[in-house]
Unconditional design. Sequence first.
Lengths: 308, 356
Amino acid sequence: MDIDLITNVLYATLKTGTPLILIALGEMVAEKSGVLNLGQEGMLLVGAAVGFIVASLTGNYFLAAFCAIFAGMMMSLVFGFLSITLAANQVATGLALTIFGAGLSAFLGNNYIGIGLEGIGIWEIPLLSDIPVIGKVLFQHDPLVYLTIILFAVVYWVFRSTRLGLKIRAVGENPEAANAIGIHVHQIRYMAVLFGGAMTGLAGAYLSLVYTPMWSDGMSAGRGWIALALVVFASWKAERILLGAYLFGFASIMHLVLQGTKFEVAPNIMAMLPYVATIIVLVWLSSDAIKTKMSAPKSIGQPYRPMS
Amino acid sequence: MLKLEKRQSDSRLMGYMSPVIAIVMTLICGALLFAFLGHNPGEALYTFFITPLEDTYGWTELGVKVAPLLLCAMGLTLCYRAQIWNIGAEGQFIMGALGGGYAALQFLDAESSWVLVPVLLAGAASGLAWGGIAALLKTRFNANEILTTIMLNYIALNLLLWAVHGPLKDPGGFNFPESAMFADAAILPLFSDSYRLNISILFALFFMVAIWTLMARSWVGYQIHVMGEDAKAAKYAGFSSKTLTWVVLLACGALAGLAGVSEVSGPIGQLVPQLSPGYGYAAIIVVFLGRMHPLGILLASMLLALTFMGGEMVQIQLSLPKSLTGLFQGMLLFFLLAADLLISYRIVFQPRTARA
């Protein structure tokens, strides 16, 4: 393996991991507040479709990303209304969100199939991007890759050293106790779910504006589901999400690694890798089932009904 | 102020009314959507829901789509009754088609319809094996079945794509990613040459009754009920949740696999990259809408089959996107979940002044 190949592989790993980080961070925050939103895939698709449509209509990528975030939040608001306010079953509601999102995005994007976009360009960080290898791997990316790292740092900081982080955890661990000390459980849960929607919407925009600048039905290809597994894999810790997402990113671009070597594998077989990897991770987690259970938010999946 | 108040006991009436409310709400939203798109709502809804069924051909086409939906949904019902959240009917369907299709491609010169026996068995067995993987992952490794079955769906789809682009591609097919056409003998018999409806609808109805009987009358069915209602009680009674998990996932896999092979050895007649318009996912909605009751599921399959036909109809007649199908299906499930709350809660009007 020559140095160019290693550079390309690492570069692609960072790009491929980025949407997974965004989705998984958002979902982690929601889950920490006690809400399991299985609708990531649906929100992701709607974000991708809306982002692409706005970008093709206006040419304004900033506005497109903003609209994708807004679309993700609207989707998560529907989820929140059903699962928080109406206390509907979170698993079923999440599945409904995914099915609805797949349908809605296909409907919205119908006239945009086969259209190409220029995509968001690269921001080279001055000086740093001139460093050999590292400069190319780390400092010649599109703005969203950098933004994702910043968002990671914010989420990490919120849970490490802010009152807000404590409140979210309290609501997720024991909503009754949180309520007793004056925390508005539903308010915190809505905020967490909306944050998750915003992050997933942004991840959708990343897919359709940067990663593959186009729209096709179901283009998210299960990334929303993989991110859900990633949250469990990371045992609800932001720094492990970062690590896990890049590992998954690496698994998804193995075809680059094998390129030019004597192992020729059919592209459709290579495309299975992230899904197989997800199953392997889930199996591996089971060897530590007790630890997984210990690190999961206690009230996850359970609706909270205030006594009245 | 409107307020939700818990009922003393669940309302049976609302259990039956909730799907009706969901359908009405979906129709209202559909009408608004059509109006927004610049079409006469009444006319567009008519085109979507009535026009497809105006002739005999339409009804037989409904049957063509009811068969796979009903098979998948009956399998999923078993799983959901036992609180096993199998989302994998789509993958099991594809594997059934792939396994059965592989068998059919071994008998391209077949003259006798007996060839259907190994083809159908191969299809059901492939679906069963795919369900078995999910069961193994659940029982042996305690892996969340929602995630594993979703992943298995994507893996199955990629396996199919690999097969039609590679080993099973028709050598004489101008490099299209399709298999050879199956022998006529390996295609399920039609009721009439004028229609595409084949005997797979009979399989579907047979298994609907069989599973109904199984759930209502058999010891296994009883155990599945208890496990779904109260896992702890089932454990105390000595029912093995592992065995039951295996039973429901294998059964669902086999049924979805049969649906898959019936599709390729039926209306399609060969392996193609896009086998299913999403039957495995739509079947999830069928189960919830049909209240997990066989007759309800039959009616719900007909409605969901109609949404597939309606999407095609508005595309042809009103040049609206076919993807309206998915939108209607999604809305239906959302409204159903919301309306289901009325089973255990009632809406009460509470004047603001009355609050202390």
